[in-house]
Design a protein around this ligand. Sequence first.
Ligand code: CA
Length: 236
Amino acid sequence: MSTQHILIVEDEIKIAQILRDYLENSGYQTTHLDSGIRVAETVRQQSLDLILLDVMLPGKDGMEICREVRKFSEVPIIMITARVEEIDRLLGLELGADDYICKPFSPREVVARVKTVLRRSGQKTEAESANGEIIQVGEISLDIQQHRAAIQEEEIKLTLNEFALLQVFLSQPNRVFSRNELLNRVQGYDFEGYERTIDSHVKNLRKKISKRLPHQEVIGAVYGVGYRLNDPPVEK
Ligand code: CA
């Protein structure tokens, strides 16, 4: 297996150095940028497997960068924030990041989170070598092998989390999934996630679906419980 390449965007040189040391000791290749200015350019030019993105950066902040990158790339992004309270705000912004880590962190925790996110991203590679499987419910189809989602046969771009969530929903239409269940299914039992992360990913997924199907509620919220995929969709 080729070495996986991680981009670290962090203006505090000491922290960046610690991250580089830990990640390289764990077998990853790293690139470091100390400002946000050249991130999008780097994502376009280099083959990256994951980005560790600090929120507070000189020049351009991590939130702006995340949005910018998401316009053209689904590369996994882990945001790093200085305050735990900020995670709520970041989730509310629906940036399309795959995970959040709070400073101060233990470098080991960061490596563990990186592994988890990469494993999920690698699952699509595994699926690629397995038999091609296409799940279709109503107008929506998922090609597991190609990691491709389509509505009315036209592709929609989804992040890893969104794709994984949609796969869970499509596997059992009309079944209600609790946030906790979704979290477990999508991110694995060893992931210390936040149930609110699920809300944020579901919100993004719904938004993308409703751009194509504005008059249908495909994914419904069940108050106090969780979410379900409506089959057939509910008219709005
Ligand atoms: Ca910073």
